[in-house]
Ligand binder design. Structure first.
Ligand code: HDE
Length: 752
């Protein structure tokens, strides 16, 4: 039986039948019969699922409800068949002329299997190849009818299913999660009036102003074409060559060199629609709108040394984090906010709202929250959903329209175009994850992989043979904003696009001290990987227009004795910015509302550890929603100073400290001695300390901190040394974990 086989038998029971004479008499049927043929597919498949953590996710609202059942495949309790539904008797051996003879061409079963396998891969996305996704819902706070007739915002509490894909941009499909990069934040809303895709990023601005430069940008950042290096990294000559010649990139490069480019979690980053869009109401009136996603979990990032180490220890770090949180029922949530403004306001700004290298400071136009999004269900199948999902910035719905942002114009073309290659033809809208919940009726026909079977003979309009259907929706249909245009065709940019540095300066000056230092470090690291001195010089020349302190710190780190002259500016006249400092732009502006929920905390252990401190601490942290892991020299059992041994979840080798948010060293003299003699344990603590994370030592645990040569500073709220485990110790530690980082202990070079 299925269960027994898994538990008791180390080998495939059919193996014997693969060899010698037995091969000519394969067992009846295929492999094993299910225990209970009446068992439902769902109960059987649950037993068959890959190991998951925590309680199973609730069904939630998702695009799959009902709609996907038609295409869901579940083999539980079923005999194997070919793609034509012919039962397969033997899935081990090809058809041969004699046991040692040649394989036969007529073996259609082998050929079908290999042929399908040979074509399993589709091209990866040209950018954003590596992604992770989840289902969920969007809930509107209240009716936005005054602003937009988009049906998803029509009433308070209205829920719309969504599918959201987060991604890195430059790396290939199998690259690491923690590369320094922009993160994609693409949301597909399956509204009752058609699909709306808000295809955004985790940064509110972009590198370039015009779609014409997009292929150049991507060619520059991707691995260099002659040797295919480096993978998933911006620290190389071609990217910096390009941006050093493209001052319009300066603002985005500040964001890319900031901690935003190495998020702790997809759940802990903001999302932005980037471009200015339009809302249009039923009366045809329009306002400009910018979209913002704000994470309930707060905005938190890694530090660079940690990101580098994580990419070795767990290249799937962000993907795993999203998956595990949802499996555990810790559904990530974002608030959707909008900046609403009109033409007159837009006119008055010192920058152009059609320029995607500029943001609108919240001081000029505050953000109004309009709804929330909760991700409640992991995909059933990575390929079918996460890989085949096709987002497109041209997918808007009634009530939402584009503006003349020249970057957006290119995007409206590019997404469908690339998907025709990637998904093999023009019918990818029929792939279940892409299909709208709203019904589709039109006269488009045929093409590769067409699924729909259209009735009737009238595939044109007007027609009388089809009763005139499908008919035009009239006032219920999508209406483009009737923007007046009176212009001469030409290639060029508007005046305000020429100012490239004010907002780069604004971003830099709005950062906390340690965030500024991280930006300096990132520029220094990346440019130190650039081999051509002229490129480094051009970049420093650009940075002089952003901040002299930044430029000279970077130049110093690059060993430049003389500063290059500032890069000449494109704008003829000085432009005075409205805002020169904005607290909203620091990650510290959003500490989050979820406390220490889902934070991963290691409790170190070895033989002789004090069971009481381990258990008390674990219970207190779990009660607050943290994820606690016992970590030691090996997984499995260690004897504590009590009757029952402790069962360790992780080892110092398989889970180094960059994978944790904080750690606890319990009491227990023998255990501490053992760990103090283990270089990995000391490295675990040093990394943890260097990465600014909370660390608690209880009783004799302090010895380990001393052995690791970690400086004990009473001003460091993230390093707690406690005689015993009193309630206030637990409270202090929880507060320290909640702060996420203790950058006060950072120094350059690091002390530890
Ligand atoms: Fe994209 N972008 N992009 N992009 N983009 C793609 O579409 C493109 C831009 C973004 O999870 C591609 O299906 C052009 C800005 C995300 O599947 C491609 C331009 C922003 C994703 C494409 C831009 C984005 C993509 C590659 C400049 C933030 C991943 C595969 C004119 C607002 C979506 C695909 C997913 C993917 C083109 C600029 C976000 C080639 C031409 C700005 C999140 O069509």
């Amino acid at each position: 039986a299925v269960g027994e086989m898994a538990a008791g038998m180390p080998t495939n029971p059919n193996k014997a039948a693969e060899y010698g004479e037995a091969a000519t008499r394969p067992p009846a049927g295929n492999t094993v019969q299910p225990d209970d043929p009446s068992a439902t597919a769902s109960t059987l498949s649950e037993a068959n699922e890959s190991q998951k953590t925590g309680k199973p996710a609730a069904a939630g609202v998702n695009a799959a409800s009902g709609e996907l059942d038609r295409v869901r495949a579940d083999s539980s309790g079923q005999a194997m068949t070919t793609n034509q539904g012919v039962p397969v008797a033997n899935n081990q051996d090809s058809l041969k002329a004699g046991l040692r003879g040649p394989a036969l061409l007529k073996d259609f079963i082998l050929r079908e299997k290999l042929t399908h396998f040979d074509h399993e891969r589709i091209p990866e996305r040209v950018v954003h190849a590596r992604g992770s996704a989840a289902h969920g819902y969007f809930e509107s706070y209240e009716s936005l009818a005054e602003l937009t007739c988009a049906s998803l915002f029509a009433e308070s509490g209205k829920r719309t299913p969504v599918f959201v894909r987060f991604s890195t941009v430059a790396g290939e499909r199998g690259s690491k999660d923690t590369a320094r990069d922009v993160r994609g934040f693409a949301v597909k809303f399956y509204t009752d009036e058609g699909n709306w895709d808000l295809v955004g990023n985790n940064m509110p601005v972009f590198f370039i102003q015009d779609a014409m430069k997009f292929p150049d940008l991507v060619h520059a950042v991707k691995p260099e074409p002659h040797h295919g290096m480096p993978q998933a990294a911006s620290a190389h000559d071609t990217l910096w060559d390009f941006v050093s010649l493209m001052p319009e990139s300066a603002h985005m490069m500040l964001w890319l060199m900031s901690d935003r480019a190495i998020p702790r979690s997809f759940r802990m980053m903001q999302g932005f629609g980037v471009h200015t869009f339009r809302f249009i109401n039923e009366r045809g009136e329009s306002k400009f709108v910018k979209f913002h996603w704000d994470p309930k979990q707060g905005t938190h990032s890694l530090v660079w040394d940690e990101a580098v180490k994580i990419s070795g220890a767990d290249p799937d770090f962000n993907r795993r984090d999203l998956w595990e949180a949802i499996e555990a029922g810790e559904y990530p949530e974002w608030e959707l906010g909008v900046q609403i403004f009109d033409e007159a306001q837009a006119e008055s700004f010192s920058f152009d709202v059609l320029d995607s290298t500029k943001l609108i400071p919240e001081e000029l136009v505050p953000i109004t929250p309009i709804g929330r999004m909760v991700l409640t269900r992991n995909p059933d199948n990575f390929f079918a959903e996460t890989e085949q999902v096709a987002f497109c910035s041209a997918h808007v719905v009634r009530g939402i329209d584009f503006t003349n942002d020249p970057l957006l114009a290119g995007r409206i073309h590019s997404y469908i175009d690339t998907q025709i290659t990637r998904l093999g033809g023009p019918n990818f809208h029929e792939i279940p994850i892409n299909a709208p919940l709203a019904p589709v009726y039109n006269n488009q026909r045929d093409g590769m992989h067409r699924q729909a079977v259209h009735h009737g003979r009238a595939a044109y309009e007007p027609n009388s043979l089809g009763g005139g259907c499908p008919f035009q929706a009239g006032s219920a249909g999508f209406i483009s904003f009737p923007e007046p245009v009176d212009a001469t065709e030409l290639r060029g940019k508007p005046e305000k696009f020429a100012e490239h540095y004010n907002q780069a300066t604004l971003f830099y000056e709005s950062q906390a001290q340690h965030e500024k230092q991280h930006i300096i470090n990132a520029f220094s690291f990346e440019l130190s990987k650039v081999t051509v001195p002229g490129i480094r010089q051009r970049m420093v020349a650009q940075l002089r227009n952003v901040s002299e302190t930044l430029a000279s710190a970077v130049a110093g780190n690059l060993g430049m004795r003389e500063m290059p002259d500032p890069m000449p500016k494109a704008n003829a006249q000085e432009v005075i910015p409205e805002v020169t400092r904005s607290d909203f732009l620091s990650l510290l502006a959003r500490p989050g509302e979820t406390g220490i929920r889902t934070r991963k905390i290691a409790i170190l252990a070895a033989d002789g550890i004090n069971a009481k401190t381990v258990e008390q601490m674990a219970q207190a942290l779990i009660a607050q929603g943290a994820v606690v892991r016992l970590v030691g020299q090996h997984i499995g059992l260690v004897s504590a100073d009590s009757e029952t041994p402790l069962d360790l979840d992780a080892s110092l080798q398989n889970s180094p400290s960059p994978l944790f948010d904080a750690a606890v060293i319990p009491d227990g003299a023998a255990a501490i001695e053992t760990l103090a003699a283990d270089g990995l344990a000391l490295e675990f603590l040093r990394d943890l300390f260097r990465h600014g994370k909370a660390l608690l030592a209880i009783g004799g645990g302090e010895l380990l901190i001393q052995r690791a040569a970690i400086p004990i500073d009473p001003k460091d709220a993230g390093l707690i040394i406690a005689k015993d485990l009193a309630q206030n110790t637990i409270d202090d530690f929880v507060a320290a974990v909640q702060k996420h980082r203790h950058p006060g202990r950072e120094s350059d070079p690091p002390l530890v």
